[in-house]
Write a protein that binds this ligand. Structure first.
Ligand SMILES: [Zn+2]
Length: 405
């Protein structure tokens, strides 16, 4: 009898071990289950001391100052609206899709599954895309799906192997400094809190949903700004043919463009999603016609998803304080407590210049900024200044001293 129990126990443990191995579960998948999310702020940090600013240097704004701080702009470079694109899956169509975007100045997050072929052939083009202002996001390693999903399925699909493993694959194969974004394969598990927490703990700032593909709800989630839950983030609309388990797609160009117009008029964030395998390429086809309509606008900020959600935090958390001028025309401390390895974004500060016809020299941490006279707003970490009537818009990375001379 004893032998029998030992044998049954051994078989049971063996099966558990085999199952864990097949599912790529690790001890950490159980141990870290209830841990708290990350805050992305440096604990106990004193950013002013880090900048070498003593409390005596801080001053209130002077009413007779020649240069006065007005505020942070809503979007980078005081853009009127934002265009953000995401594309999904490791397929042979990704390079053509990137080529099309580059033709019209659109920036996207490319969500790839890092163990799904032809990923090995895609890496060189993905590295080029990063250098050109796109972002690579994680779409897990193996792209596991199940309709409808279950708690058990999600537990298996959201292991460290998939969540941190795919992140590490991207860091290993590219020079992107960080992986900010995740997209839920097939939209599964997006509303499960433990999956959201797991992504946050792995350092992701945002995770894109794909809601209700079975009921065709994925075509027009109609989000016109940031999603209040960045870990179940919807988007405005899809631009693609019917595919997957969906019953329809969205390819009518006047309809697609009208939706963009609506968001643009409200000064919102227009975010659209495509699967490159469900597109037609060429200037006469729906995808490029839509790109041509929304692209190359001087009052739009073109930005991938991760840097956009990072920007929201930077904009929210950054403080600007007047400093004693110390021989300069004006000096300001621009600072936050955010982890500088994650938040590499610039933000735009508006100043008013009450002098007339004088050349401005703006320095950030002692280095002069270049003046931007034209060109699209299609980078998220560039530093420059731009004049518009009495306003000076300064795009700068925080944790710096701004000096006007
Ligand atoms: Zn997918």
């Amino acid at each position: 009898m004893k032998k029998f129990i030992v044998a049954v126990l051994a078989i049971f443990l063996g099966l558990c071990g085999y199952y864990a191995w097949v599912s790529r579960l690790s001890w950490n998948d159980f141990a870290a289950f209830g841990a708290h999310p990350v805050l992305f702020e440096l604990p106990g940090d004193d950013p002013l001391a880090r900048l070498g600013v003593s409390p005596g240097e801080l001053r209130g704004p002077g009413s007779r100052d020649a240069i006065r701080y007005v505020g942070k702009t809503r979007y980078l470079n005081n853009a009127r609206a934002v265009v953000m694109h995401t594309i999904d899956d490791s397929t042979e169509f990704v390079p053509s899709c990137l080529d099309a975007m580059d033709k019209y100045g659109i920036k996207a997050t490319v969500f790839v599954s890092t163990e799904v072929e032809p990923i090995l052939r895609l890496w060189p083009r993905l590295r080029e895309a990063i250098a050109n202002g796109h972002e690579i996001g994680s779409h897990s390693r193996r792209h596991q799906c199940q309709w409808p999903d279950s708690y058990f399925f999600c537990f298996r699909a959201y292991t460290d192997y998939e969540v941190s493993g795919s992140r590490d694959d991207i860091l290993k194969n590219t020079r992107q400094p960080y992986v900010w974004s995740w997209a839920y394969p097939c939209g599964n598990c997006a509303d499960r809190e433990f999956a959201q927490r797991k992504l946050a703990r792995a350092g992701y700032l945002t995770a894109r949903a794909y809601p209700g593909e079975e009921q065709d709800l994925h075509n027009l989630p109609d989000l016109e700004t940031y999603d209040p839950n960045p870990y179940d983030a919807r988007y405005t609309q899809v631009v693609q043919k019917k595919g997957g388990i969906a019953r329809s797609g969205r390819t009518n160009v006047p309809e697609l463009n009208a939706k963009f117009d609506e968001v643009y008029q409200r000064g919102g964030i227009y975010s659209f999603l495509s699967h490159p395998q469900w597109l037609d390429f060429g200037p006469a086809k729906f995808y490029e016609q839509h790109l041509a309509y929304v692209g190359h606008r001087s009052d739009v900020w073109y930005v991938p998803m991760g840097p956009l959600y990072a920007y929201r935090m930077v904009q929210e958390k950054t403080e600007v304080r007047d400093l004693e001028p110390k021989g300069a025309l004006a000096r300001f401390a621009v600072y936050n407590r955010l982890d500088p390895k994650v938040f590499l974004n610039s933000l735009t500060l508006e100043f008013r210049d009450f002098r007339a016809g004088v050349k401005t020299v703006v320095q950030s941490n002692g280095k002069p900024l270049v003046e931007k006279t034209q060109g699209a707003t299609d980078r998220w970490d560039a530093e420059y200044y731009r004049r518009e009537n009495q306003s000076i818009f300064i795009a700068v990375r925080p944790n710096t001293i701004l000096e006007f001379r």
